[in-house]
Design a protein around this ligand. Structure first.
Ligand SMILES: *[C@@H]1O[C@H](CO)[C@@H](O)[C@H](O)[C@H]1NC(C)=O
Ligand SMILES: *[C@@H]1O[C@H](CO)[C@@H](O)[C@H](O)[C@H]1NC(C)=O
Ligand SMILES: *[C@@H]1O[C@H](CO)[C@@H](O)[C@H](O)[C@H]1NC(C)=O
Ligand SMILES: *[C@@H]1O[C@H](CO)[C@@H](O)[C@H](O)[C@H]1NC(C)=O
Ligand SMILES: *[C@@H]1O[C@H](CO)[C@@H](O)[C@H](O)[C@H]1NC(C)=O
Ligand SMILES: *[C@@H]1O[C@H](CO)[C@@H](O)[C@H](O)[C@H]1NC(C)=O
Length: 393
């Protein structure tokens, strides 16, 4: 009897991947679960990160469609630090030469990429390397906070930030607010979530290259050099080119055989790690139905993700640097002897979608983004809003 149960457990998909009720406390793995309608998700204080997101696919099987680790503890142990699901801050993406100028004063921040040539995601101890505080936790929402001291990583002034996540009817919303309390400072946040809309359970591919992507407002992108630092140029994405996701939805892998994609994500890199602009030349409410800035869909699971946001740029990364050394979570992939694929994240096995402002806008005043990227005491707060809306079919 016992051995039959064991075999069944190995071969059958797990029927319940989540804690199934709100307790007001983190679960045994240190995760804070939220419950919406048709959706549940878990978060950890480290980086205010999303750790699991569960949706039923078109066959009614629950899938965990974000990458992460099995427990809160491991986020601090892992040395590769792929920014799984966290909030990069206080300034997301890259800062050229790890320096910027505010009111004629030059600031130098700590470099952490390309042998010290630039800063990525707020420096070696950026926000997504730190534990946030849990300041509110309900059945459907959680609010994290962080106080980033004056001078940390070289940034001027203290920043106080609140990150609220809420689940609704097949939706996951995030609202990020940050206030510069003492000095003028750059602030740009994002949500750095890695998606595989099949939960790595697709028996025909463990890659995300068959996911289709539509970026309807993104006819332009930021030009970058071989280490992904913006050059200042804004490029057009001609219809039919590798970076055209605006004219119609396209599978992410469609253009991987084209010469044009070699070096598209930096020197010696084939794929995407690009910042598209979100151009909406008319008054709009970012929440309006069908005005998504991005739509990602997997035909295999039938799961479709629409991203709505108030942000004016959008980065997509096709997991070019995943190399099969990160393990899948226990809630993903295949188990047992006839497992179709190894229990790891392969190169191109995921897609990161980052709503944000124009990358390195603090070093390109000609783009006119300073009002959206530099904040000071008494001024407007930094605000980012994003809604992830799921449909299945
Ligand atoms: C939590 O929210 C879900 C979805 O709205 C609901 O089904 C469930 O009853 C709620 N549980 C508690 C303990 O409030
Ligand atoms: C914690 O998570 C890591 C990575 O997901 C896993 O390797 C480890 O076995 C887990 N530890 C426990 C005690 O569950
Ligand atoms: C890089 O930053 C340093 C220190 O702020 C500055 O002196 C230098 O001119 C900068 N170099 C370039 C190429 O911008
Ligand atoms: C994948 O699974 C489906 C449904 O079980 C099956 O019809 C199909 O033949 C499988 N494909 C492969 C390549 O194993
Ligand atoms: C999956 O993607 C590959 C590579 O882009 C393509 O050749 C293949 O036709 C796609 N399969 C489906 C079912 O769309
Ligand atoms: C690309 O690879 C070649 C050969 O390995 C190396 O010499 C070159 O520096 C690399 N370029 C970049 C931008 O990484």
């Amino acid at each position: 009897m016992r051995s039959i149960l064991t075999v069944a457990a190995l071969l059958l998909p797990t029927t319940t991947l989540a804690a199934n009720a709100f307790t007001g406390e983190p679960d045994a793995d240190g995760k804070y679960w939220l419950f919406g309608t048709g959706i549940s998700a878990a978060f950890v204080p480290y980086g205010a990160s999303i750790s699991n997101l569960l949706i039923k696919d078109k066959s009614g099987i629950e899938r965990d469609i974000v990458t992460g680790f099995d427990n809160a503890t491991y986020y601090k142990i892992d040395t590769q630090h792929p920014h799984f699901g966290g909030v990069p801050g206080r300034y997301a993406n890259r800062i050229r030469n790890s320096s910027f100028e505010i009111d004629g004063e030059v600031f130098q921040v700590l470099p952490n990429e390309n042998d010290g040539l630039n800063t990525l995601h707020g420096g070696p101890d950026g926000w997504d390397w730190r534990d946030f505080n849990v300041v509110a936790y309900t059945n459907t929402s959680i609010t994290f906070s962080i106080v980033d001291p004056d001078g940390k990583e070289g940034f001027p002034g203290e920043v106080v930030s609140y990150i609220t996540y809420a689940l609704g009817d097949m939706t996951w919303d995030a609202k990020m607010v940050a206030i510069a309390t003492t000095k003028k400072t750059p602030i740009m946040l994002s949500s750095h979530t890695y998606w595989n809309l099949d939960g790595f359970a697709n028996n025909e591919t463990n890659l995300a290259l068959n996911h289709s992507l539509h970026l309807p407002y993104s006819g332009q992108r930021v030009a970058v050099d071989s280490i992904l630092i913006p050059t200042g140029e804004i490029l057009a994405n001609p219809k039919g080119s590798a970076n055209d996701f605006w004219s119609k939805p396209k599978q992410i892998g469609t253009d991987f055989g084209r010469e044009e994609l070699v070096g598209n994500c930096g020197g010696n890199c084939t794929g995407y790690d690009n910042c598209w602009l979100v151009n909406r030349p008319y008054a709009h409410d970012w929440r309006s139905a069908d005005q998504y800035v991005a739509r990602l869909k997997s035909e295999w699971s039938g799961i479709q993700l629409d991203v709505y946001s108030d942000q004016e740029a959008f980065q997509m990364y096709s997991c070019n640097f995943q190399d099969g050394t990160m393990a899948l979570k226990k809630t993903q992939g295949f188990f047992g002897e006839d497992a179709k694929y190894p229990r790891v994240i392969p190169q191109y096995g995921c897609v990161v979608l980052e709503v944000q402002d124009y990358i390195d806008g603090i070093n390109h005043p000609e783009w006119g983004r300073l009002g959206k990227q530099v904040f000071g005491p008494g001024g407007d707060p930094y605000v980012l809003q994003v809604r992830h809306k799921f449909t299945v079919g």
